[in-house]
Design a protein around this ligand. Sequence first.
Ligand code: PLP
Length: 354
Amino acid sequence: RGAEREYVLEAINSTYVSSVGPHVDRFERMLEEATGATRAVACVNGTAALEMCLILVGVGAGDLVLTQAISFVATANAVAHLGAEPVFLDCAPDNLGLSPAAVSAFLQVHCEHTAGGCRHKATGRRVAACVPMHTFGFPCQILELVEICESWGIPLVEDAAEAMGSFYRGQHCGTFGRVAALSFNGNKVITTGGGGAILTNDAALGERAKHWTTTSKVPHKWLYMHDHIGWNFRMPNINAALGCAQLEMLPSFLMEKRRRAAAYAQLFSTSEWKFMQEPEGSLSNYWLCAAMTRNREERDAFLAASNEAGIMTRPVWEPLNSLPMFKNCLHDSLTSVKYIADRLVNLPSGCLAT
Ligand SMILES: *Cc1c(COP(=O)(O)O)cnc(C)c1O
């Protein structure tokens, strides 16, 4: 609907379709403008961006990473790819994000401060990061999580993959922790085909993120010199061109998504089901609309009837602790996670041309 065709053709005509080009720089500057982050680094996808965030804060083999049991599987995969292990904690029922109370309780009961940082007492493993996720675009209780993590000396990494355009107390999601990941996959609020970005307010960390995601090559006119083990996580220029156009459309996408959410809220106001709305003090992008049914039977009946009628609805992701590859990971009682997993349904949330 916007300048997508124009900018992608511009990229093709310039011959810069691959790993460098002016649209990548332009997209990164536009992301900084839109989020208020000091530095944005475009990446090949959101999962790679999240993995790099964890690497940047020093997560490595044998470490534990605190995260929420309700998330897309990529959150836990990024942790596992580094040889670290996710610890699945409970979510807050109002915002579906990582519960500060659950993090606090886990740390107080099971962990201790040591010279080498925060350690899990029973296993002696280091708690190397905490990764809350802004579920469906609803900002989590990020300020409380920042405070807890600071007091325990644990780096906070935001999985803001679903939160482009979401704000907490006027500040864009993904700018509260040390570093954050965004996603621009086709199903997200804005898309680059496939893509993601790292956000940080630490200029030096941002510089390192750019360097490591682009093979750690030392700038030189002709020499091929690399000064660190690097990754090829950069976003191709042709995708960034698409991203520039999509980011220009963001305000209209947000308006439309919020209009749709308001219509759902009106519809559900007379229902026994609770339509999920942005928590106090926050602005949600309403990426994926959600409602809480009264019980699992009601949920299943609704999913069957709506899908039968050709309307795509779905339950929330299977809690990550129940997936075969994560079933032996540490977790807490997950009381709210179980409640949410039994009842929540996602409703059609697409943007249509008006
Ligand atoms: C989409 C998503 C990702 C991964 O992003 P990709 O660009 O698909 O790799 C990570 N975490 C969450 C919560 C997501 O929704």
